[in-house]
Design a protein. Structure first.
Length: 440
């Protein structure tokens, strides 16, 4: 993944990094002009919210704490590096998704079929459906139940409530899931960001020291001075890169499944929305959790996972912050549950496109609802292992196709950047003409 991210960053001439300001101006801060009112379609903002719902699970809180426990502060630096290059992969796969939608296709299965083989596309769809039960459902509801336990709610009660709400949402269809994500994700993300920034302001005197600690741990300066083995550096690099990849799901093709549900016909514009998703998920939200933990010294409190993050917020905001952290973890996990249902449904419909769609959807929705309860009350060592395998298979198939078709990504990016340059030249000419008129 890291190699592929570097490859695509070079191929698109660092578009994902150099034009990051333009990317956010054209997406989140560009108004709703590109939103869809077409029947059966979702808006680009709903697509972003659904993709964030699927990727911003408990990993943004629990996963970051685990990365600090295993890889130390240096893992955060490598998480940033991973995310920076992964934006190129997310950009590329979504550019391809829209290009093939414009040709009459849809979703990553279309370009996988073109680049590899139609059977590879069917395999990808089947693996995605299976992955939705693992990483998208049971692992999340298990973490959700653990977080609910911090609020005094039993695992069975949390499981039943989650399964009921999940069934209530998904039996109304994928479009309803996108509409719900549009309302839930921005609100909980803003609340979490506000809490994190408040803690950072309170402990602002420690920011410089924490940044020094992150960079020195990442490149091994402190280890070299202290004569410590390079094992600590290796762990920081490995854990940081893996956490960044796992957090934003770039390379899996999953975000393409929702972004191609909009009526956007400009490939690069859709790719830019995917870049914004990775930045928000990993570079902003994951980093915020890390800073809360490191600034407050919660990483040395002897706690792990959710308890470590909760300790950081409590040291900054008081005892009630522990409930806020647990509640945030519950909501993030539930959003991931809904987001991955969206992915699973779309892949299932692709597999049974010539069969009985209504029966297949009913069975899938019933099984997905039941899995939500099972995940909350079960031990999930085997499920986690299987989820990792399915995620890996999705990445292998999707990345192979994206690499084969990388020339199409480069072509779209070049055409878009040329259009930007042309627009700027025309604007400069207008300003120059207006200036000459005023002078006259």
């Amino acid at each position: 993944m890291f190699g592929a991210g570097l490859f695509f960053t070079i191929r698109i001439k660092c578009f994902n990094i150099i034009h990051i300001v333009h990317i956010f101006r054209s997406t989140l801060f560009g108004g709703r002009s590109g939103d869809s009112e077409e029947q059966g379609k979702i808006s680009q903002f709903q697509a972003l919210s659904t993709a964030l719902a699927a990727s911003m699970g408990t990993g943004n809180i629990v996963g970051v704490a685990a990365a600090l426990s295993v890889g130390g502060p240096g893992a955060i630096f490598w998480m940033w590096i991973s995310a920076a290059f992964c934006t190129a992969i997310a950009f590329g796969e979504n550019v391809l998704g829209v290009r093939y939608k414009n040709k009459g296709g849809d979703s990553p299965m279309s370009y996988i079929s073109e680049a590899i083989h139609p059977k590879a596309a069917l395999l990808y769809g089947a693996v995605c459906v299976l992955a939705s039960f693992g990483i998208g459902n049971m692992t999340q509801t298990n973490a959700l139940a653990s977080a609910a336990a911090e609020l005094g709610i039993s695992c069975k009660a949390a499981g039943l409530a989650t399964a009921f709400l999940c069934g209530l949402m998904i039996f109304r269809g994928a479009k309803n899931v996108a509409a719900a994500a549009e309302k839930i994700i921005p609100l909980i993300s803003l609340l979490y960001l506000a809490a994190g920034v408040t803690v950072m302001v309170i402990f602002r005197n420690n920011i410089i020291e924490v940044l020094k600690l992150i960079f020195s741990s990442a490149i091994g300066y402190s280890q070299v001075i202290g004569g410590i083995s390079g094992t600590a550096i290796k762990k920081a690099v490995s854990v940081g890169l893996r956490r960044g990849i796992f957090s934003n799901e770039a390379g899996m093709g999953s975000s393409v499944l929702v972004h191609t549900e909009t009526d956007c016909r400009e490939p690069v514009r859709m790719g830019m929305w995917a870049v914004a998703e990775v930045v928000i998920d990993t570079i902003i939200c994951c980093s915020l959790t890390a800073f809360v933990i490191l600034l407050t010294g919660a990483d040395s409190s002897g706690t792990e996972g959710l308890a470590m993050a909760a300790e950081g917020f409590q040291r900054g905001l008081g005892e009630f912050a522990g409930y806020f952290t647990a509640g945030s973890a519950v909501i993030f996990a539930f959003c991931t549950l809904l987001g991955w249902y969206f992915y699973g449904e779309k892949c299932l419909l692709y597999i049974v496109r010539n069969g009985n769609k209504k029966a297949a959807l009913f069975f899938y929705r019933a099984a997905y609802t039941a899995a939500a309860f099972i995940g909350a009350v079960s031990g999930l060592e085997l499920i986690w292992g299987m989820a990792d395998i399915f995620n890996w298979l999705m990445m292998v198939i999707n990345l192979a196709a994206v690499i084969v078709l990388n020339g199409e990504i480069v072509k779209s990016t070049r055409e878009y950047t040329n259009s930007i340059k042309q627009t700027r030249r025309e604007e400069d000419k207008k300003r120059h003409a207006q200036g000459s008129t005023l002078n006259s």
